[in-house]
Design a protein around this ligand. Structure first.
Ligand SMILES: O=C(O)c1ccccc1NCC(=O)[C@H](O)[C@H](O)COP(=O)(O)O
Length: 210
């Protein structure tokens, strides 16, 4: 199985122009409180100018249905990523009202296999990410990857894709690839001074050899 690549936190026209030329399958935009938060109208301008050769993901964190609908009506995203403590009921509601694929991010914990079984039923894919100092998403810190094979197995049993996120970078991606994740999701690890870096992306993609 070929690993899926998601580059997240596209923040500028410059980032977008660069990311659409990479091997990424998915490009993510943050519509949540973060230094990487973007304005939907700007995102739409970049897409109009450079086209949409990749699947686009809108990342939300405990957003209201109204906010999600507003973004979905402005930006042609393919996937809604829920990166907070959204309940199963809320995920179903978002899916019913927005007619988009739903990716749920889950914080890595000792209960992760159970959580995959629970949230996998209402998600098209799961993203297992790190939590650090109360921050969930864009932490730049990896969690212990020894459970990755078990997580992949559980996701396969329920027929969904499982991405690994949190602190992945050119220096450590080979170690993760040996554990055969279905997908990898990176943000800070491909940035230099807060901007996506062509050198870091090229190095990373050489390591993955995709
Ligand atoms: O990246 C953010 O700033 C962010 C803020 C709030 C919610 C989610 C966020 N990112 C979501 C992602 O999918 C990131 O790619 C993922 O957390 C990995 O980030 P990193 O550890 O920097 O590679």
């Amino acid at each position: 199985m070929t690993v899926q690549i998601k580059y997240c936190g596209c923040q500028s026209e410059e980032d977008y122009k660069l990311l659409i030329e990479t091997k990424a399958d998915l490009i993510g935009f943050i519509f949540a409180e973060s230094r990487r938060e973007v304005d939907p109208k700007n995102v739409n301008r970049w897409i109009e100018k450079y086209g949409k050769p990749k699947k686009l993901v809108g990342v939300f964190q405990n957003a209201t249905l109204e906010k999600i609908k507003e973004v979905v009506n402005t930006v042609p995203i393919d996937i809604i990523q829920c990166h907070g403590t959204e309940s199963i009921h809320q995920l179903k509601e978002i899916r019913d009202h927005c007619n988009k694929k739903i990716y749920k991010a889950l914080p890595f914990s000792e209960n992760i296999i159970k959580e995959i079984a629970t949230y996998g039923k209402v998600s098209d894919a799961l993203i297992i990410d790190s939590v650090s100092q109360g921050q969930f998403g864009g932490t730049g810190i990896p969690f212990s990857w020894k459970e990755v094979p078990n997580m992949m197995r559980k996701a396969e049993q329920i027929g969904i894709t499982c991405f690994i996120a949190g602190g992945i970078k050119p220096d450590n991606v080979s170690e993760l690839m040996r554990l055969h994740p279905h997908g990898i999701d990176l943000s800070g690890g491909i940035e230099e001074n807060g901007k996506k870096s062509v050198q870091k992306i090229e190095t990373l993609e050489r390591m993955i050899m995709r």
